[in-house]
Each structure stands twice: as C-alpha cells, then as structure tokens.
Design a binder for this molecule. Sequence first.
Ligand SMILES: [Zn+2]
Length: 281
Amino acid sequence: MERIILICVVSTCLSVVHAQKFLFSSRWGPRGYKEHEERGDGTAMDEIIKANAFQGSQVIDGSTNLREGDIAVSTGRRSKVCFARTCVWPKSVDGHVYIAYKMSPEYSEIETKMIKKGMENIEKDTCVRFVPQTHQRDYIDIQQKSGCWSYLGARGGRQTVSLESPSCFGIGVISHEFMHALGFVHEQSRVDRDKYVTVMWPNIWRDRFRNFEKFKTDNLNLPYDYGSIMHFGMYAYSQDGKPTIVPKNSKDIKLGQALSLSHIDKLKINRLYKCGGKDDN
Ligand SMILES: [Zn+2]
C-alpha cells in the first residue's frame, strides 16, 4: 500500500514538472513555436509577432490600429482607399523612386547602421532609393513607437514607421516594414492564396483570425512566393504550437524569410514601380 502511494506521489511530481515545462516556457510562445524558432528557421514576421505580442490590443492610438499584425490603418477615409489599391511613391525623371526618410535621433550608431542595411536590402537590384529628408513633403518618419509597424504605401505627408529597439532590430524585420511602406501586404493575403497554402484555423488564436484575411491584391503576374519576406511563418499566431499555415502539396517548402528579400520580392518592386530594364534581374 505504501509503495503504491509512493509511486502515485512520484508520478504526480513528474506530471507537475512536465506541466511547468509546458506552461512556463522561458520565452514567449507555445513550446512548438519555440522549438521551431530554435531550429533557426524563424522568419522576419515571427520576430514582428513577438515584438508586437504585448500590445494589449491591436490599437496603436485612438484613431489607428494594426491590421494583419503590423500594418497601421487609420479609421479615416483616406487610408481605406489606400488599403484597397496600392498607393505608390512617385518616380523621378531619372528612373529612380526616391523615398525621403527622417530618423529619430534616439537611435544609436549601430541601430542607425542596421536601419540603413534594411534600406540597402530593398535598394539592391531595384530602382528604389532612400534619401534623407530635406525639402520633401512626403516622407517616412522612423521612430521608436510601441512595436514594429508601418502604414501601407505612400499616404502623402509625414508617415510613421515604428521600429522599437531592441525587439524590431533585425535587418529582415526592418526591410519587411519598409516593404509595407512601399505598398506590399503580406504574401498569404493574396486573393489566390488558398491554391497554395492551407490556413489551419483551429490552431490560430481566435482573436487573431483577422490577421489571416485575404485581400483583392494585384499580384503583378508573379507566382505565389512561399519564400517572400512578406510571408507569415508556418507557426504565426499559433495557440498550441501547431502549424497555422501549411504549404499545399509539399511539406518541405519553407515559408517566409529571415534576413533579406526573395528574388520574387525584388521582381514585385520592379514591376510595381516599373523599374526599367531591371525586371528580369
Ligand atoms: Zn508585416
């Protein structure tokens, strides 16, 4: 009898230890997510989800909230027009698309360098050029607000890109936010995405369902890009460590990108901004 009680006590202790391991993972996120992250195949969007996870709601301030996790949308009429059809930055007569920026003086020298690396990621093999703001009326204002987010496309006037330190300081994260500012939504928001990926609704946090909406996007006649820096990772917003987006037909396809733009991301920029002669790079 005593032995039976002892076995029960030991097994209860083991269960508690196991439950603690499950419930109190050292970092944010369910264990499946963490294990996935430790394999080193996390994406820029995984970092953004972590950085933005502690916003009590998706509201940045009274009139602005976050759509799809990191796209700022004002409740005003103008932004709705911008969300439905891309608002592009104007092209200069010399064939470049110049995007003026201002950077908060709060950033350290290293952070400033990283932001510039994120810009270079976009400039390489495209006609987009980021230039410090001087006289331009339309520009992006890079600041340390709460989390990592950007408005979509050119809105006219000053528009904020939030890169909070240190959580948003990965080069891939920085490039991802600038891609939103150029006018690109997340790859799995494409209207035709159900042909390429399966969204596993039962595995997603219920209050994040809206982050998986589809939009009537202009796909610029480019193929679905599983490896886009704008693609959610396989475990985005997972409530139980199980995948939330699974590629159709092949389990071996990797979703998303950690550091740089994919080849097709570059083509997207070159097609949307009609960068002459660069389309087939
Ligand atoms: Zn995003």
